[in-house]
Design a protein around this ligand. Structure first.
Ligand SMILES: C[S@@+](CC[C@H](N)C(=O)[O-])C[C@H]1O[C@@H](n2cnc3c(N)ncnc32)[C@H](O)[C@@H]1O
Length: 433
């Protein structure tokens, strides 16, 4: 007998279980989406993103409502109840529908012995309303270690950062300067009835009033625009690009910044784009193809220069290192479940190692831009300070910009609920001998 298709809530519970077991939403959500009709897919996506966003708040509530934790084989039902609590607390869905459909999903997950529990827990939750959060981890819906680290690093701003991480991020575009200027594209959007405003800091950025599917954007498939946060777009303004330069994008996938570099200066000698991930590198080529741009792609560990470098130094290097991604939690709420405090020190060692290796292949007179989408100083200005201690000849450039905060060794943007993500940039120059 053919098995019944799993209902939406059951799929959501399975996706959350996979995230708890270490998979990212971008890994485990797409296969689940293909199991649904197209009109149901946005609902599943919203359930998974929303439940991750409010996971630590909802965990606090569910923990208080369960007499004892479920057995490991029944863990998926724990997630089913989190999804239902997310809907009761944060969606417009009618309560009775949430209750009925959660009980049905419990049966579809082959856990009929737990339908009474699901029903009882959700009925009590409906009757009693949301409890007061017991602590800041629950109040701000973040793991405790992130709350504590932010409180320590940003004593004035930690609550603002946590709040911004829970906000819905805007959809921001980068206009392809080789095709349109920003005013021209704003006019096209207006004609298409899409509300939009120019970004304040990024010269080619446009923020949409509400997100739209990319296929509704004028000339998207033909490479007129790309989706990219305003903070990420700022890399090109710092690189000081000029025709004839040889540029390296050392950690390039999925290629957002590689393409921004190529669009912002038409006559570069060459852009070399490296990424160590064989899975992610094809995304760079897809983006280049859509935008009709060219770069030399290599799959390699950028730090292992013997394995890929041709001995020709670079005029410009963008080093957008792997990081905790704590500046982009609002776009990737699964980071709250996936990151561990113990990840940060090893990441910092990788970041410093990459910086030293990239410095060795930068031309004298050349410029390196170090970037992260992290809000932890340990990955940001402290890396630059450590590097400058070891590399006394390196010159720290203070860019003449209006955005972010001067950290003494680089600039930090904190996530802004109304505009850009959290990001860090530092600009270094290698003196001529
Ligand atoms: C922050 S993401 C880069 C985002 C990209 N610059 C963009 O704007 O689209 C970091 C990337 O570094 C890659 N990576 C990590 N370690 C690396 C290494 N040692 N060498 C090259 N790439 C690396 C990861 O696979 C990941 O794609």
């Amino acid at each position: 007998m053919a098995s019944q298709p799993l209902p939406l809530r059951a799929l959501a519970a399975n996706v959350l279980l996979a995230v708890e077991n270490g998979q990212s939403l971008s890994q485990c959500l797409p296969p689940a989406l293909t199991r649904l009709a197209p009109n149901e897919r946005p609902v599943l996506q919203a359930l998974c993103y929303g439940t991750c966003r409010w996971f630590h708040r909802l965990e606090g509530e569910l923990g208080g409502r369960l007499k004892k934790p479920l057995r490991k084989p029944d863990r998926v039902v724990h997630h089913l109840m989190l999804v239902a609590l997310f809907q009761l607390r944060f969606s417009q869905q009618a309560n009775y529908a949430v209750l009925n459909e959660s009980v049905e999903a419990c049966k579809a997950l082959n856990k009929p012995h737990l339908t009474g529990l699901v029903n009882g827990v959700l009925r009590a939750a409906e009757r009693e309303g949301a409890p007061e959060p017991a602590n800041d981890a629950s109040r701000f819906s973040h793991p405790e270690w992130i709350v504590e680290k932010l409180r320590h690093n940003w004593p004035e701003d930690w609550q603002h950062i946590l709040g911004a991480n829970n906000a819905q991020a805007p959809m921001t575009l980068r206009v392809n300067a080789l095709r349109f200027n920003r005013e021209e594209y704003l006019a096209l959007l207006e004609k298409a009835g899409i509300g939009a405003t120019p970004t304040v800091f990024a010269p080619m950025g446009i923020q949409l009033a509400t997100p739209v599917p990319v296929d509704q954007l004028p000339w998207f498939a033909d490479g007129a625009v790309s989706v990219q946060d305003e903070a990420a777009q700022l890399c090109t303004t710092l690189l000081d690009l000029a025709p004839g330069q040889r540029v390296l994008d050392a950690c390039a996938a999925p290629g957002g910044k590689t393409c921004a570099i190529l669009e912002s200066c038409g006559e570069l000698q060459e852009v070399v784009a490296i990424d160590e991930s064989a899975d992610r590198l094809p995304r760079v080529q897809e983006n280049l193809d859509r935008l009709d741009l060219d770069a030399s792609l290599k799959q390699a560990d950028a730090a292992d220069t013997d394995s890929w470098w041709d001995g020709q130094p670079f005029d410009r290097i963008l080093l957008d290192v792997p990081c905790s991604a704590t500046g982009v939690v609002r776009r990737h709420p699964d980071i709250k479940l996936l990151r561990r405090e113990s990840d940060i020190t090893p990441l910092a060692a990788i970041q410093l190692g990459l910086l030293k290796a990239m410095w060795s292949i930068l031309k004298p007179g050349g410029r390196l831009v170090y970037a992260t989408c992290s809000v932890f100083p340990q990955e940001n200005h402290r890396i630059i300070q450590r590097f400058l201690k070891q590399q006394e000849s390196a010159v720290l450039i203070e860019p003449d910009v209006q955005w972010g905060r001067d950290m003494g060794a680089g600039r930090q943007l904190l996530p802004d609920p109304d505009s850009h993500d959290g990001f860090f940039y530092a600009v270094l120059e290698k003196p001529e001998p």
